[in-house]
Write a protein that binds this ligand. Structure first.
Ligand SMILES: Cc1cc2nc3c(=O)[nH]c(=O)nc-3n(C[C@H](O)[C@H](O)[C@H](O)COP(=O)(O)O)c2cc1C
Length: 236
């Protein structure tokens, strides 16, 4: 395999990153072809993982009864979480569409199995969460691959993991990490829905990058990149 990306390949890579969206609506009726779904799963399975432990499993779901159970859990949890905030924020939150469980042709639960390859995993003994981080890397691969194939993906975390575990018959030691809704869409929004709705803004990069230590944004040994970061250059 050659080490360099051509300019066109680089553009494609950044296009996937900048045009990826969390999608909860605009699903079309076109089914996802098995070869494309398989391609996306392969991309996920090629993510990095601590000690090469590959601690993920992918459960593909299209059974409507299972989907309905998960949707019910979403409705309950959304209503429960809305009690944590007051109006007008509460009504705004309740008005958001935050899942596409029934409309999307394929739901996918990505799980974490900490027992895979036995208790000793290189790199996980000091930071046990590294196993979970690995699963998140797989999910990001999956998300970008789906975007590249024109498939929208929405992550639903407003649900009860207990209901998920029961519905999918997960063993006790297996942790559900993500419940994802996938399908072809007729639109990928330019900005995150929550940004367009004025819920939260995208932070400036200059406010999240520090130099050498926490909160140092002006370190003089890093001047030239500071200027570039401040310009909010658009690589999209
Ligand atoms: C761990 C995680 C959980 C999320 N849970 C939900 C969710 O329950 N419902 C939802 O509508 N979006 C959910 N999202 C999507 C985020 O709201 C979305 O990524 C964010 O607003 C930025 O938008 P973008 O993904 O389109 O760039 C989740 C994203 C992540 C990474």
């Amino acid at each position: 395999m050659t080490s360099d990306f051509t300019e066109a390949e680089k553009r494609g890579f950044y296009k996937a990153i900048y045009s990826r969206r969390d999608v909860r609506s605009h699903f079309t009726s076109k089914p996802i072809e098995d070869d494309i779904l398989s391609k996306i799963l392969h991309a996920a399975h090629h993510a990095p993982s601590v000690g090469f432990s590959q601690p993920w499993n992918f459960i593909l779901i299209k059974n409507i009864e299972t989907k309905k159970k998960i949707k019910e859990s979403f409705d309950k949890e959304k209503s429960r979480s809305s009690q944590l905030i007051e109006d007008p924020k509460k009504s705004k939150y309740l008005s958001f569409k935050l899942e596409g469980i029934l409309e999307s042709p394929v739901n996918l639960c990505v799980t974490y199995d900490p027992t895979k390859f036995g208790p000793f995993v290189i790199g996980r003994s000091s930071i046990p969460e590294a196993g979970l981080y690995s699963v998140c890397c797989a999910i990001q691969n999956l998300w970008l691959s789906a975007r590249t194939e024109g498939i929208g993906l929405g992550w639903v975390s407003i649900l009860s993991n207990q209901i998920l575990k029961e519905s999918l018959e997960l063993p006790d030691h297996v942790i559900p990490v993500a419940y994802l809704c996938l399908g072809y869409v007729d639109d990928f929004a330019e900005k995150p829905d929550l940004e367009s709705a004025g819920w939260l803004p995208r932070l400036d990069l200059k406010d999240v990058v520090y130099f050498e230590k926490w909160n140092d944004k002006e370190n003089k040994n890093w001047k030239s990149i500071q200027n570039m970061i401040k310009e909010n250059m658009d690589y999209a």
